[in-house]
Design a protein around this ligand. Sequence first.
Ligand SMILES: Cc1ncc(COP(=O)(O)O)c(C=O)c1O
Length: 402
Amino acid sequence: MSASLEQRLSRRVRQIKISATKEMPMIAARVGGCVSLGQGIPSFMTPPHVVDAVCQALREDPSAGKYSLQPGLPELREAAAELLRAEKDLPADPEREVAITVGGMEGLLCAMLTLIGPGDEVIVPEPFYPSHVEQVLLAEGAPVFAPLRRSDWGLDVDAVAACITPRTKAIIVSSPHNPTGAVFAKADLLRLAALALEHEIFVICDDTYDALTYDGPDHPDGAFSLMRVPELRHLLVGVFSFSKRFALTGWRVGFVWAQEPLLDQMLKIHDAAAICAPTPAQIAALASLTGPQDVFAAMRVELEQRRNLICARLTAMGGCFSFVRPRGAFYVMAKAEFPTAAGAVADSRELALRLIHEARVITIPGGAFGPGGDGHLRLSFGGAGAEIESACDRLAAWASQL
Ligand SMILES: Cc1ncc(COP(=O)(O)O)c(C=O)c1O
């Protein structure tokens, strides 16, 4: 980019970047022949009953290919409210408190642009999901990082408390957590809720991976969510995604919950940014919520098996990697423990680039998720078992040559 163009761009866009999660697959596409432990994409196809519902609607319903009402299809808002009632004890009002968004991502952006302005501080547990930080910067706020416990990636509420200043506007919480796969303890989340109440801090609760927990969840519906805390609701924005638990990443659909006065403001951003979520995608989301659930339950079981597989394969690499066994989402933060022989690398970006070029394996450099990720690689086990096996074969062969 020329210097003159750069000077003429907004400060907003100049201070953000495309995340490494998207960059690594683009580099790998140029190299060719890579297998992926990179981007967080569950490998499952859209289930047949969802495809059928969308196709039938497009054939028979004249409104299926048109804009929906701006906050979303009424039936989908009702089904979303029902999910919140059933899974999070949240008596959601579908008309006043639920809006359908273009993935969880647009819901997060609506929350961020509504709540955050120049100079507002937003506490982000670290390692972090890079788009959370980019969105804070886009809103011209200041991210403030609260390190997760390095021993188990648990939520360190004292570290969060130490970040609070009079300028703290919001905190972002996401459990199960990307990139660590941690599931935060209910007791820690309740302490966090108490802190937020005491200091009147908004809580953006990103439940993108909510149902994807393994080893017997703490709660029958998945991880404990701050959406379950009634006293917090006037400070809460809940963000939900159909991408991961319903394997609809490409459909770009999610929803947000907030009390009416706040949601009304967020809807102004939604209108300016997207008008409405794509109607065919909303029909897919509705079929996912209201149709048979066994297919999604089977996906969760399959992901747990993939978690077991990748952990076993990493352990078998004889000390090349150390990691905290993930209890949710579909990521392992693996610390590179290569012997300090010639050719060994510690910088996570350099390591990830070498793995693309020399081993033909896509991983995401841990440093892209904050300083706690330095020296780590984020490995996704969203891919099929055969892809995980092949990637681990290549990693093991590469590491054995160091
Ligand atoms: C923590 C987290 N939040 C939000 C999103 C965005 O999800 P969506 O596809 O619903 O926009 C992702 C996607 O990877 C994520 O990991």
